[in-house]
Design a protein around this ligand. Sequence first.
Ligand code: PGA
Length: 251
Amino acid sequence: MSRKIIVAGNWKMNTTLDEAKALAKGIVEAVKDVKDVEVVVCPPYINIAPVMEIVAGTNVAVGAQDIHWEESGAYTSKVSADMLLSHGVKYVILGHSEPRQYFGETDATVNKKTIVALAKGLIPIVCVGETLEEREADKIVEVLSTQTKGAFAGISADDAKKCVIAYEPVWAIGTGKTATPEMADDAHKVIRDILTEMYNTEVAQSITIQYGGSMKPDNAKELLAQPNIDGGLIGGAALKADSFYGIVSAK
Ligand code: PGA
């Protein structure tokens, strides 16, 4: 089954207004001839509108880095799905390990956000992945199972098929340590097995599963050549148009 290849840049808490505009312009120019890869940039909320102006009408889509699960109201500091949709946002990263680690994100909040994103028409990029301690304790399957089942609880097979999953081993994020292509592909297979158990083979085989964690132009080719790896969620290397393009063009 051919799955959509998606390479998304997670800009995290980086880029001032001018930097965001310059980066978006550089990426638009670099990827303008790319056809078979969906290219996504995920700027901080405040830079979504100016980036959207730059990417409008191009082959670059915009994602956000989070949403709140309520529609609107007294939730100081939060941003809703409707607000993002009104700006033309297509994707939203949910359950990234940084909010899990620093801002109290849990499988239950990831689930609520995934349900709302789907109901509103945003495409969730649901992040899962084990820490180094969990890997060393041989708990990869357990962790991926808990996180995937938690995020997708109560979500129908049809809705699950609309989601993207990002496998991001926590120990590889921003550390320069990348999972070997075999390690990553094995974890992606584990996630597909969990989806088969939860839903069926069709769902498991149709969901795009990105790899994330120190993906760079020089390791992207080997990672993207793996049968279960369908793109990347890129942090550091997404902050320069040429290195981001180096990954986008590695497929
Ligand atoms: P990294 O981040 O590419 O800088 O490791 C990936 C991510 O956190 O999505």
